[in-house]
Design a binder for this molecule. Structure first.
Ligand SMILES: [Zn+2]
Length: 344
């Protein structure tokens, strides 16, 4: 079971937001509505925005095209399932449709969480084929998003072009959080080369996910240290507090402006000079946020930049001495996944 600080949402308020987003099909219908729950800094004259799950709920996630973003409907209403669950499905149209029969969970949420893993390797709208199969071993915590323990995507099975993508949950020695690793011990999610969080649980929303969300979301427990990725100067703090919560704006020395939102503690003052790596505060769940996370947004002038392009990314490889432990963890997960699938 996850500690409370890791559970999404932590209770109460988020359901209201989920309710609001229940009308979220507006996203797919292309309608523009103003949603006050966005975590975007509100401009003087707010432009209409929608955000498929309160930004920031992390269930939205989705490094995938907008039409795959399926916000949660009403409260999950899913009771805790005992132990682990498995699901397998065959793609006939979209990824979300593939998950529609998933039991003991919220299918849209499971689809979203699954998509976070493989969206780093492909465009899940463009690159899925009819007949591809998804396989997932997961737990369903009470009222929170599913926790994926292992996932596979079999692309074009039975053809000469078959390719299998796998993601095994494993906490590498020295890491603060578990991550997901491929069969060969390569980390599945990419990381920013010089990002704002040395440690975090998972990137749950990318800039490209949805045009109305202008940043990148990092799911992480309240109190995770935030550092200035680049040297610069603090230009604002705690503006538009109702939406942004405790927040800091830093202008990097190259002129790029960075916003850090929903912080728990703000550790810097207006005008303060920062060197790269200086701690600027701790992550939180303040403002219009439905789960502990950091919203990180960068701009040059009026243009929003993609942190992935600005910072660059890397993929870690487990060190040799971690491989035996990983292989054992992978073996146990694989036995559960394959055993449960075989007994269905
Ligand atoms: Zn965000």
């Amino acid at each position: 079971m996850l500690p409370d600080s890791l559970r999404f949402p932590p209770g109460g308020k988020p359901w209201l937001l989920y309710g609001l987003f229940g009308a979220s099909l507006v996203l797919n219908l292309g309608l523009a509505i103003k949603f006050s729950g966005s975590d975007e800094p509100a401009p003087a004259a707010p432009t209409p925005t929608i955000s498929p799950i309160g930004d920031d709920t992390t269930i939205s996630n989705l490094p995938v095209p907008a039409d795959l973003v399926v916000p949660l409907p009403e409260p999950l209403g899913v009771a805790r399932a005992a132990g682990t669950e498995v699901f397998t499905g065959t793609v006939s149209s979209s990824l979300s449709a593939t998950f529609q029969d998933a039991k003991d969970t919220n299918p849209a949420a499971l689809s979203a969480v699954y998509s976070r893993l493989f969206a780093w390797d492909m465009d899940l709208r463009r690159d899925l084929h009819k007949g591809d199969t998804v396989e997932v071993l997961f737990e369903q915590p009470d009222g929170a998003e599913p926790l994926v323990l292992a996932a596979r995507l079999r692309s074009q099975p039975g053809t000469g072009s078959e390719k299998v993508y796998a993601a095994w949950r494993y906490q590498a020695p020295g890491d603060r959080f578990p991550s997901y690793w491929s069969d060969t011990g390569e980390e599945v999610p990419r990381r920013l080369i010089d990002g704002p969080l040395p440690d975090y649980e998972q990137i749950t929303s990318l800039l490209k996910d949805r045009p109305t969300h202008e940043g990148m979301d990092f799911k992480t427990p309240i109190g995770t240290p935030i550092v200035a990725p680049r040297a610069g100067r603090v230009t604002r703090t705690n503006w538009n507090h109702a939406a942004n919560g405790n927040c800091v704006e830093v202008q990097y020395s190259d002129g790029v402006t960075a916003k850090f939102l929903h912080m728990n503690e703000n550790g810097v003052k207006d005008g303060q000079s920062l060197s790269a790596g200086t701690e600027i505060g701790k992550t939180g769940n303040t403002g219009r946020s439905t789960g502990p996370h950091l919203h990180y947004q960068i701009e040059r002038g009026s243009k929003v930049l993609d942190p992935i392009e600005y910072h660059g990314t890397l993929r870690r490889q487990l060190p040799t001495d971690a491989m035996p432990g990983f292989e054992q963890a992978k073996k146990e997960l694989m036995e559960q996944l394959d055993g449960r699938l075989a007994s269905r």
